[in-house]
Structures are given as C-alpha cells and as structure tokens.
Write a new protein. Structure first.
Length: 288
C-alpha cells in the first residue's frame, strides 16, 4: 500500500477494536425457546449465547443444552443462574445449590461466567454469607461469578429494598461484576458512572437500555437513557475483554421474521460501536 492509500484511509479505521465476545442471551428470543436462541445466534453470527436458566424448562436440562451447542456449533459464553422470582423452584430450593449447579453447567458447557443476582430480602441466611460465599465459589470453581447490579423496587410510594446486602454492588467487595443497563436505568443510575467506578471488576455486560420506568424494561440499545453506544465506544477504548451480551425484550416483535431482523440489526450496531466492523465502502460508479 502506497502513502497516498494510507492517507486516504478513513479515520474510522484507527478506532480501537474491542476484543470482547458479543453474545445473545437466550432470554432475548422469549417467548421462543432456548433452542431458538441457539438457532438465531448461529444464523445471525453472534459469538455465542448466554443461557438463561429456568424461564424455559429446556434451559435447565444441561444434556439438551449441550446437544444444542454441539448441533449449532455455537459456544456457551455464560450461564445466568436461576435467581429470578419465576425461577425460585429451578434446581431445588437451596440458593447455594443453584449456584453450584450453575458452576457445574458452566464447566461442562465451556462457559467462563455465571451471572448471579444478590439475594432477596427474605433469603436472610443466604444473604448473611453471600459476599463471602461468592468469593469462595470464585476460588473453588475457577468460574467467574459476576454479581449483577439490580434496582430498588419502586412504587408510587416509598421504594422497597428487595435485595440484600444491596441492589448496588459498587461498595461491596465482589471481585467480578455484571453491568445491566436496563437495571441501571430502573435504579436511575448512569451506566457510564458504573463503568468508571467499577474499573477492572467489570467482567460482563448486559447490553440493553431503559427509560427510567418503574419496571425493568430491557429495551434495545439506544432506545433509552443509558448512552449505550457511548458505553460500547468506551469499552473499546479500554480494550474490554469480557463478554457483551444482548439481553432485551422482543415479545412485541410480533413474528419470527421481525425478531430476526431486529436481532440482526442490533448485532451490527453493537459490532460497529465496539469497533469490530469497518464501514462498508460505497461501490465505485457514477455519483448519485
């Protein structure tokens, strides 16, 4: 390449390329199944999936998840432990057993991250040892247990602190954290502030968005108040090498074709803002 060609190269080509893997949460295809999550991840070119355990019964059957992984040749990047209200009965009633089984599933499937929520307020015994217990699991399993930021349950009256020791993990001594942009919006915190405060503890990102609603919205990146695209640019600048996983609500897509279209466009947007895709050049020809 001669000097003129070098000088003519677009400035965009000098942007840092983020080494993060870009994944699709299987919850992003709901009400379709975990199987559809793997199928769409393979078809659209996602780097892998995060398996949300419990909403779809298939996801709790690791034999079947392993078969999906092998059939579609789509890596499992992360396991989301069954710690939602609707998954309280998945993998037993003991919360520590749920996390241990999550680590076993991650090891078997080749994932390196387990996403976990802090305990609910009524899980007093679990909450009492949660911080130390997560540290123990990190040390004993070799899996990254990345605790997710949550939010106060807001009503028109007084907010209810549903999570213990806190919905905000910033001041607690967790080694690894998951940043969820929709949760940040619901708690009326800016994800860019978390990015600055957490530093190297940030290991996993649920890329999504919200408008500060009372409920957890999980909008597509760019549809809310979290400056999602700016966050991705900053991740690229920092050479973030964790996972960036799309976790959005597509229930209003209306059809499989529309859901596929939305997920394909979102993947392109994510890769662009992480610096992983170069702009497509206009074909040579007559000026328009």
């Amino acid at each position: 390449m001669d000097a003129n060609q070098v000088n003519a190269a677009p400035a965009e080509s000098t942007r840092p390329v983020c080494p993060a893997k870009v994944g699709l949460s299987t919850s992003s295809v709901y009400p379709e199944s975990t199987a559809s999550g793997f199928e769409l991840a393979a078809q659209l070119g996602w780097d892998g999936v995060e398996v949300m355990v419990g909403i779809d019964p298939l996801a709790a059957d690791i034999d079947r998840v392993e078969a999906l992984r092998d059939y579609h040749q789509v890596p499992v990047m992360a396991i989301h432990a069954p710690c939602l209200l609707v998954t309280q009965g998945t993998w037993g009633s003991d919360p520590w057993e749920k996390l241990e089984r999550s680590a076993e599933a991650a090891t078997r499937l080749g994932a390196d991250v387990v996403v976990v929520h802090p305990p609910f307020r009524w899980q007093a015994n679990y909450a009492r040892t949660f911080v130390d217990g997560i540290r123990r699991l990190n040390a004993e399993t070799g899996i990254i247990f990345a605790v997710e930021n949550m939010y106060p349950w807001r009503t028109p009256g007084t907010p209810f602190q549903a999570y213990v020791p806190s919905w905000d993990p910033t001041e607690l001594s967790y080694e690894h954290l998951t940043l969820d942009l929709s949760h940040a919006s619901t708690s009326r915190v800016q994800s860019l502030d978390y990015l600055e405060q957490w530093g190297p503890r940030l290991k996993h990102v649920h890329i999504t968005d919200g408008k500060g609603s009372l409920k957890d919205e999980h909008l597509f990146p760019g549809e809310g108040d979290q400056q999602a695209f700016e966050l991705m640019r900053r991740l690229a600048e920092r050479q973030f090498d964790g996972h960036v996983v799309l976790e959005v609500n597509t229930r209003k897509a209306g059809s499989r074709a529309r859901r596929e279209e939305l997920l394909a466009q979102c993947l392109a947007d994510i890769r662009e803002h992480l610096g992983q895709a170069q702009p497509v050049a206009e074909p040579a020809g007559e000026p328009r």
